[in-house]
Design a protein around this ligand. Structure first.
Ligand SMILES: Nc1ncnc2c1ncn2[C@@H]1O[C@H](COP(=O)(O)OP(=O)(O)OP(=O)(O)O)[C@@H](O)[C@H]1O
Ligand SMILES: [Mg+2]
Length: 437
């Protein structure tokens, strides 16, 4: 190796060290309002009117239950002013009133995949926000981060690849226990969890095509600080998983169709436990992304309003079309599920920018039959980057962390205009929701 290259590597190492320390400093800082990142809970409060709407009962019904001692008295400040309800209290009300808006027991979770080859088109924001939106509205949600960047994980309070000192689910509990008893494989996994979180990602499921270690994703599911919202997180080591899958292509013991559908098969068992499963994807066209599309009931493509980005989105669709033509003719045994819908959602709209407005008409006209109901568009809003700074979505920010009251309400509206038709379209496939819709 040349000295020059070694210098470059040393520089990279320094940059990584500085970057990681800075992140930990910011997210670990004791904030007067939020406390440290590790103790994160959702502190946002909801009015009784909002709570009634979210629970699906009248405000009077809540008051009556509180007076009868069936629900706890609402929290008050020192001046006896009502503080409003937390999302945890709202969840408790749903269990008391039995108003969880869940699928029927014999129905299956609907699967949404947010994808585009174009980087920065709002995939992660849309996939994390819709997961929280659905959970806020009482759905049981599993969010799966398949991007080694890990932005979705960190937004859900899982800092990828920080050494794991405590077990985070039943699987890691078992690993820590077995490692203690001297089990070789458990020791190996426990040690690897000290350097990265690969064993909490979809990666080991892909490898299971060869070593048969796991049949589903139970080992990777963790709960989050949101009620009814679980996560399968990312790890930097996930960047290797597409290579692992590629290697399996030449392994005779692996059924070739499973290489493109291992995620579809892996989530099958979990579809009875959730109402919605959401995949965030990395901006590439590798095996994992074919798997996500194969697993999805709805494929949502955010389309940024710029001509080069429009071009990139069309190229992405071409690659997928070719991939599925190939799969259809060569792997006819592969299970791609029942009908899939493809939807386009224009993003990065700026109404003060003439090009943005022109591009919106171009996207809306050209992709008309693939748009969501009401033709929503995701506008740029300062509330998203403001929330990012304390790793809080628009659904978590409290009044003192909003760019302004109006900006926050506007942001809530922008995303709801897209999420309501997505949820309605997905859930309309359930016979139990036919009347309700
Ligand atoms: N409506 C919005 N208004 C303003 N900024 C936004 C909005 N939505 C997302 N952003 C910001 O734009 C940037 C890119 O968004 P995001 O990370 O969701 O894109 P992505 O498609 O997941 O990117 P990648 O391809 O790198 O995974 C982020 O900083 C995000 O916080
Ligand atoms: Mg992303």
């Amino acid at each position: 190796m040349t000295d020059e290259l070694q210098d470059f590597i040393d520089d990279l190492e320094q940059a990584v060290k500085i970057g990681r320390e800075t992140i930990l400093e910011i997210v670990g800082a004791e904030d007067e309002h939020f406390g440290p990142f590790s103790d994160r809970t959702i502190k946002r409060r909801f009015t009784r009117k909002d709570a009634a709407e979210l629970v699906g009962v009248t405000a009077d019904a809540i008051i009556k239950a509180e007076k009868a001692g069936k629900l706890p008295e609402p929290d008050k400040d020192e001046k006896k002013k009502m503080l409003g309800y937390t999302i945890y209290q709202i969840d408790h009300m749903r269990s008391y009133f039995k108003t969880y808006p869940w699928k029927a027991e014999n129905e299956e979770a609907r699967v949404l995949c947010v994808t585009n080859l174009k980087g920065g088109c709002y995939k992660t924001t849309l996939s994390t926000y819709i997961s929280q939106f659905a959970a806020l509205n009482g759905r049981r949600v599993l969010f799966i981060d398949t991007d080694p960047q890990g932005s979705g994980s960190v937004l859900m309070n899982k800092m990828p690849d920080e050494p794991l000192t405590e077990p985070v689910n039943e699987f890691t509990k078992q690993i820590f226990r077995d490692a203690e008893l001297g089990d070789d494989r458990a020791i190996e996994i426990k040690e690897s969890l000290q350097s990265d979180h690969y064993h909490l990602t979809i990666g080991p499921l892909a490898e299971s095509l060869e070593n048969h270690e796991f049949e589903d994703l139970s080992y990777a599911i963790q709960s989050t600080h949101w009620p009814n919202l679980d996560i399968i997180q990312s790890s930097i080591a996930l960047s290797l998983s597409n290579l692992v899958i590629q290697k399996l292509l030449s392994d005779d013991s692996v059924q070739p169709e499973m290489i493109y559908t291992y995620l579809r098969a892996g989530i099958e068992k979990h579809k009875k436990d959730y109402d919605l499963i959401v995949f965030d994807s990395s901006p590439d066209v590798a095996f994992n992304n074919v798997n996500l599309v194969a697993a999805a009931d709805m494929v949502l493509m955010p389309a940024p309003l710029d001509f080069i980005d429009y071009h990139a989105s069309v190229r992405y669709l071409e690659v997928f079309k070719e991939a599925f033509v190939y799969l259809q003719s060569n792997l006819s045994k592969a299970d791609f599920g029942s009908k899939k819908v493809f939807r386009v959602l224009p993003t990065k709209f700026d109404k003060t920018n003439e090009i943005s407005t022109r591009m919106l008409s171009i996207v809306n006209d050209s992709f008309e039959r693939f748009l969501l109901k009401g033709q929503p568009v995701i506008s740029f809003t300062q509330q998203v980057p403001v929330g990012n700074f304390t790793l809080r979505s628009i659904y978590e920010t409290e009044p003192h962390n909003r760019s302004s009251r109006e900006a926050h309400s506007r942001a809530i509206k922008i995303f709801a205009n897209a999420f309501e038709p997505i949820m309605n379209e997905l859930e309309s496939a359930w016979p139990s929701k036919q009347d309700y819709l």
